[in-house]
Design a protein around this ligand. Sequence first.
Ligand SMILES: Cc1ncc(C[n+]2csc(CCOP(=O)(O)OP(=O)(O)O)c2C)c(N)n1
Length: 378
Amino acid sequence: MASSNGAVAVAEIKPKSDDASGIASPVVDRTPKDEPTNGRFSSDGKVELERLRLMMLLRRFEESTYREYTQPRTLEDGTKEMKIGGFCHLYSGQEAIAVGIAALWNKDKGDQLINAYRCHGHSLALGMDPQVAMAELFGKYTGCSKGKGGSMHLFDADAGNNGGHGIVGGHLPVAAGIAFAQKYKNTDGVTWCMFGDGAINQGTHNEALNLASLWKLPVIWVIENNGVAMGTQIERHSAEEDLAKRGLGYDMPTVNVDANDLDTVITEFGKAVDRARAGEGPTYISANTYRFRGHSMSDPLKYRSKEEAESAKDRDPITVYEVKLREAGFLDDEKAQAMDKEIRQIVKDAIKQADADPHPPLDSRWDDILSENYPFTA
Ligand SMILES: Cc1ncc(C[n+]2csc(CCOP(=O)(O)OP(=O)(O)O)c2C)c(N)n1
């Protein structure tokens, strides 16, 4: 409802997460070390099916975003309109990482995550309503940053999601700061710091890793290693191609993880969580994966051969997991189709709602620019 000055009360028009999407909470809280992983499944497959469903939601959301960004809509007067402006970086192919983290997430302990600009997947995995995320991409007032952040800055303080950041490597020291606050306040929480392989060559990487290890901060460094920084392959930007080794000089455990296998992600990431919660300090992870889309929407993908892209599909994290669940007897064609249908509808509804939602009112343009209430210092 609009007030007399045209402002729209967000609370009134924000869709209710649970009711709108039918997703009670996509975050599956971890039942510590006996959580079924690596081929050991729960007896009824419920947890596993929810994880598959979440990966499918992330994928469908991104592929619909791709269409909304690239295919202008024709309006009644014949003019064309793009619904999503600015930059837009998709997560397709990397879903097992975000869903693995969601499986290990402990909200009660105050876990935190901070991200680079490829942030849609993590936000949805940590429970952001697809309608709220889509509204932000559409620049609408009902979005998580009231339409001012857009694709690179999905943010959800209540969920512990400290948002996406556009400066490559810029958020690594912030992650160390958040983890410092967790340790200082004895919260038992961990901080996940997500970045691409391009960020490891930033000076900030050195500073942040050094202090995190020196002070044994509960931060988990995760390179979402999709093999390229924009269009520059690892062998062309890093003297050491085994990126996990980058953590060794800072005296912390490092590990290479097949990040297209959700079970492996949960098992290996889980060890880092246990270390961090036990006060043993940071872990450095190269989560090796592949992104199916270009760096951003304007990327024609000329640096990749057709063969490479084709063979990557064999390791699609959704297919890998789906096959396992079929073999375990938890999934059949009928169930898979029902899941797919339901998820398509969730995303369709998100687009419809985002389309109908209002743009930020003009007089809100100076709102939320500066804050004197710094989180973590209170
Ligand atoms: C400091 C800085 N330099 C350059 C850029 C431009 N830029 C944006 S994304 C990117 C590539 C980063 O790739 P990577 O870290 O591997 O992340 P990915 O896109 O694979 O998730 C670059 C160079 C930037 N945003 N910030």
